[in-house]
Design a protein around this ligand. Sequence first.
Ligand SMILES: Cc1cc2nc3c(=O)[nH]c(=O)nc-3n(C[C@H](O)[C@H](O)[C@H](O)COP(=O)(O)O)c2cc1C
Length: 182
Amino acid sequence: MRIVIGISGASGVIYAKRLVEELYKKAELDIIISDTAKKIIEEELGLSYKYFEKFGTLHDNRDFFSPLASGSNKFDAFVIIPCSMKTLSAIANGYSSSLIVRVADISLKERRKLIIAPREMPFSSIHLENMLKLSNLGAIILAPCPAFYFKPKSLEDIVNFVVGRILDLLNIENNLFRRWRC
Ligand SMILES: Cc1cc2nc3c(=O)[nH]c(=O)nc-3n(C[C@H](O)[C@H](O)[C@H](O)COP(=O)(O)O)c2cc1C
């Protein structure tokens, strides 16, 4: 299974870190990190974006000569986590100004699985309209809104809940969180 991960410049890069740490054992990964996301990784995680190198192949978000930029190269799913409102808007409007947006564009046109984890609070009507448009086109909008019925004890528990639900959507078995009444 080949999965592409896009990390854009929104808060919550910890979700991307946890996702790749879990996924690389089960899938071949390609990872695209936007320039702002690189800085947010330093700011929020105290890590260089190069930390992600050990989990998959890193691609420059401005490199349209990347193999990922063509629909002729196959992958099974694209997960954008976290997804900034700028990147969300570009995808919703088919404006492929970065590799992340181009791979999302390919996912839509080739009818491949596209999971978008938008991060903003509150959402404006523009954000919501863009999400609705993408949902109607087949993308899965997974806003990282954790449940609390499993009584999380730590930040890790909360992050694992969100990441576990993404693995569920990718049909990858996981026990990252306690399911309702299990
Ligand atoms: C520390 C930091 C946190 C940010 N968090 C968000 C966010 O949660 N959601 C969002 O839409 N934009 C956020 N932004 C603004 C985006 O980074 C900005 O709109 C940028 O142009 C997004 O570009 P990209 O999607 O190509 O990475 C944040 C910026 C910084 C510096």
